[in-house]
Design a protein around this ligand. Structure first.
Ligand SMILES: [Mg+2]
Length: 176
């Protein structure tokens, strides 16, 4: 793989279980969630949704569980030597420190300084740039800006549900 290639890996919904954390802390059943918009699914306003999260401050973000595939996916992607994390923050300052803590606690030290925290992932797009993300909107915006993208399969998006590691491996091999 040429040196200018970069792989940008989303965090929430890809390597850390944002939905599970929200469900656990607010005692909400999200096991059938089929839409990225949790507030809409639950029937609350976006401001109520974010207030529920902000109530836990940094801990909401720093204590999320990994998914069963997280370690294997990270191991595989680190082999490429071009892996960066790429995550969009909420509007709460505690989200930033919480995400840094999550990274330091859960990921290999090689990744502790390899991240972009930005609401504008598409600004990183380019011909040799690959975004892996569970948000259809992020994937579309990244592709429109000239990058390549892989929609990470989750119940709340249209990717064919399959073993996530297999899907990422297969699609990445075609792109690299
Ligand atoms: Mg995500």
């Amino acid at each position: 793989m040429s040196a200018h290639k970069k792989i940008y890996l989303d965090m929430d919904g890809v390597i850390c279980d944002f939905v599970g954390q929200y469900a656990r802390l607010t005692q909400t059943n999200l096991s059938e969630l089929d839409n990225w918009d949790i507030a809409n699914y639950v029937g609350i306003s976006p401001s109520e949704f974010w207030a529920n999260i902000d109530e836990y401050g940094e801990a909401f973000w720093s204590t999320m569980d990994k998914y069963p595939w997280t370690d294997g996916l990270i191991d595989f992607l680190m082999f490429t030597d071009h892996l960066y994390l790429c995550t969009s923050p909420s509007q709460s300052p505690s989200c930033l420190s919480g995400k840094m803590k999550w990274i330091q606690k859960n990921l290999p030290s090689e990744l502790h300084r390899k991240f972009f925290i930005t609401p504008h992932k598409e600004h990183l797009a380019g011909p040799a740039r690959i975004l892996i993300d569970d948000s259809e909107r992020n994937v579309e915006k990244f592709r429109r800006a000239g990058g390549k993208a892989i929609l990470f399969p989750q119940n709340w998006n249209s990717a064919k549900i399959t073993d996530p590691r297999t899907k990422i491996t297969n699609e990445l091999m075609r792109m690299l």
